[in-house]
Every structure is written in C-alpha cells, then in structure tokens.
Design a binder for this molecule. Structure first.
Ligand SMILES: Cc1cc2nc3c(=O)[nH]c(=O)nc-3n(C[C@H](O)[C@H](O)[C@H](O)COP(=O)(O)O)c2cc1C
Length: 403
C-alpha cells in the first residue's frame, strides 16, 4: 500500500532524538521515501548508521556537502511533508526567526510542504516566555505543533515538555499532509466515524494451531487510510493483519470471529458507517483443546467437528441505527462473471446490508495482491460501482459511495 510520499524528518539535539528512529520507521513502513536531516547536535544523541539503515537513505547534516546538487534547497523543494521531532528550544527559536545557518533551517525555508514540529525540552525551557512566543509565531504561520506531553522527563523530574509518542506525531503529520493535499479544505468524510474490519480471523484448535484464511488485510487497511485522508475518524478492527495498520486510526485487535464480533458490535454503537472487509471464518472448532493435539493420540486421521460462527455482517445490518450505512464484502471463487454476480445478489439480499462489495478470490487472485477488481451491489442487487486497480484506488471508489 505504498503511498510513496517524500517525507523529510528533521531531528534536532534533544534526548528524545532516539525516539525519532521510530518516526522514520513508521514512514518507511508506509512506503514513503524518507530523508533525514539531522542537526550536528542531533547526531550526538542518535547514530547516523541507525538513521541511515532505518531510513534507507543517507542522512544529511552538513550545509556545505553536496553543494553541486544545491542540497540546501533541493531537499526542501522535493518534500511533501517535513516533520521535526524532537524540536529543541534552539531550533524552534531559529525557525521562528527564519534563520538558515544549518541544513535543516535551509531545507525548511526552501519548502512549501506542511511543517509539523514536536517540541521536547525541560518544563522550564518550554514555559520560558521566549519559547512560548516562538511557538505562537510558528502556529500563526500554520506550523502544526504536536505536544509536548506531560510526563517523566530525562532525569527524575516530570512535567510539561516530554515529546509526544512517535505514533501520535506520525498521525498528526499524516493528517496535516491530507489537509494540504486537499488545499486546506475539510475532507468529504470529515465528522464521520467509520468502523472498518480488516484481515482474516483465526479459529483456535489448540494452543498452537488455528483454522485461518489467506486474507492479508490490505484492502481493509487501504479503506482505513483512504477514509482518514478524507477526514473521517476511523476505528480499524484488525484481525491478524499481514500489513502494518495505519498509525492514525484507532486500532482494535481481534483474533477469532468471536473477538471480531465483539469488537465490531462495540464500535458500531458510535459509527456512521460500518465496513466489514475482514474475512471471517464461517466455522470454528467445536472444541478448543487445552493442550496441543498429539499425533500419538489421534493416529493417521484426525476428524474435527466444526460449528457455525455467527453471521457478523448480517447481525450488524439487522442491528443498525437509523442512518447508519453498512457495507459488506463477499469474496467468491466463482469464475463465471454472471454466476458470480448471481451469488453476490443472493448474498446482498440475505445479509441485509446497504452495499455488498463483490470480488473474485482464488489461488492467485484477491488475497495478498496489490490489486483488486470489485463490483459493488446495492441491497436490490443493482451494480452501483465497478472498480479495478490498486487496493487504494478501489478503496477510494467504495468511499465515493458515502459522499
Ligand atoms: C544531555 C543534553 C540533553 C539535551 N536535551 C535537550 C532537549 O530535550 N531539548 C532542548 O531543547 N535542548 C536540549 N539540549 C540542548 C541542545 O542540545 C542545544 O540547545 C543544542 O544547541 C540544540 O541544537 P539544535 O537545535 O541545532 O539541534 C540538551 C543538551 C544536552 C547536553
């Protein structure tokens, strides 16, 4: 699910610089191209090799290196997003004055990308009138200031000034990027609360084994990312995802169908939209053994008794609040397009959801693939959308139904 943006992570000289490694990693895992610009002071706190290995790019510090490629402006011009974390009192003061005596200052001045800073310093430095005035100036100019939080500081003391957690910073940065992508306008799903399930359930047999399915969770995660970028507040009920969950959604983990039903039912109470993209096991073992099933005890064949799981989608559709939209997914192996459509229509009628997203799965299609091809049926069985392409573009088409 590569979103492929160019992100500059500026790191300055505070103890919290070690946490910036996780910020760099989060963007890399999203598929972004990440360039670290560290101040010389930052590299006293966190090692260049660590940052280069995690960012998969050289770390830039020196204003007078790479002069032939005009690096002091090139990095800033190429950035879609700049995140400075931690931001020291010193760097904040320099940014407020528009100083450019190091590579980071030049990069930021040369960029029109959204700028997000995460201050980190001792409480006294944070409360100092100079710092407060500098932060206020930056805010007025549209800089997004994340935190600082209150808590344990470097020494035994605690108070305001602790850098926000990396996940929170990344989430705020992605929200700022989405706003910038829309030219500052609110997204078409702003104010909507969307609950999405993704992945595949695992039904335990014994402490080490389960019955599962091949759903990677990519389509559900793409839906979550796309919905957040369009301004929605998203709860992602994640069942054994093979891809990282987005950092800017409320992730609730679910292992089995029973877990997923509980999590979805709870989250549905507050939802405007429910999207059941997870592949849920229709059956679970009647008995979950307390100890590992042993070959010696079972012989050459093992007969399992399975019992039906509840139909979560039908249950959510039946219990929906007025105005709540329920979207289900149906993955089928029927190769004949007409018969596939027929199966989808029967399912749409049976499940009672507003829309059913019908897609073909098989040994090579659907699961784990970067692409998808879907037809979306309404409750009467009419095709309202046909979409194919990356799972992100399919996600956008499905969300278009809502706006
Ligand atoms: C051990 C140690 C920890 C520091 N931690 C912080 C900090 O958390 N926040 C801060 O604003 N300055 C901190 N400083 C001071 C900065 O390193 C110093 O102001 C430096 O000039 C910042 O440079 P830079 O903004 O170019 O990275 C610390 C200094 C030391 C020696």
């Amino acid at each position: 699910m590569s979103s492929g943006r160019t992100v500059v992570v500026g790191i300055t000289g505070g103890i919290a610089a070690y946490k910036a490694v996780n910020i760099v990693r989060a963007f890399v895992l999203r598929g972004d191209s990440v360039h670290v610009v560290a101040t010389p002071a930052a590299l006293r706190f966190v090692g260049r090799p660590t940052l280069e290995a995690i960012s998969r790019n050289p770390v830039h510090t020196d204003l007078y290196e790479g002069v032939a490629e005009v690096r002091h402006v090139a990095i800033g011009q190429s950035a879609d997003l700049i995140v400075v974390a931690p931001a020291t009192a010193n760097t904040i003061a320099k940014l407020a004055c528009g100083l450019a005596d190091d590579l980071l200052g030049n990069t930021i001045l040369a960029s029109t990308a959204p700028l997000v800073i995460a201050p980190a310093m001792h409480t006294e430095m944070w409360n100092n009138a100079a710092t407060r005035a500098n932060v206020a100036t930056l805010r007025e100019r549209g800089v997004v200031v994340v935190g600082p939080g209150t808590g344990r500081l470097t020494g035994a003391d605690s108070g305001a000034g602790r850098m926000e957690e990396p996940d929170t910073i990344v989430a705020a940065a992605l929200a700022a990027l989405a706003v910038a992508d829309r030219g500052g306008a609110a997204g078409d799903l702003a104010g909507k609360r969307i609950v999405i399930s993704a992945g595949g359930t695992r039904e335990p047999l014994d402490p080490v084994r389960f019955l599962g399915n091949r759903s990677s969770g990519k389509q559900g995660v793409a839906l979550a990312e796309a919905a957040v970028a369009r301004g929605a507040e998203v709860v992602l009920v994640a069942a054994n995802l093979e891809v990282p969950a987005p950092t800017n959604v409320d992730v609730r983990l679910a292992g089995s169908a029973a877990d997923l039903e509980r999590a979805m039912t709870e989250a549905a109470a507050e939802a405007d939209v429910i999207i059941m993209a997870a592949a849920v096991a229709d059956y679970r073992p009647a008995e979950v053994r307390a100890d590992k099933i042993k070959k010696d005890d079972t012989g050459d064949t093992l007969v399992l008794t399975l019992v039906r799981n509840p139909d979560i989608l039908a249950g959510l559709a039946a219990a929906r609040k007025p105005g709540q939209v329920v979207i289900g997914f149906a993955a089928e192996t029927e190769a004949d397009p007409e018969l596939l459509l027929q199966l989808g229509r029967e399912k749409a009628a049976r499940k009672g959801c507003d829309y059913l997203v019908l897609n073909m799965v098989g040994w090579t299609e659907g699961f784990a693939s970067e692409r998808n091809e879907v037809r979306v049926l309404n409750r009467h069985g009419d095709i309202v959308i046909e979409a194919s392409g990356s799972k992100m573009s399919v996600a956008e088409s499905i969300l278009d139904l809502l706006s």
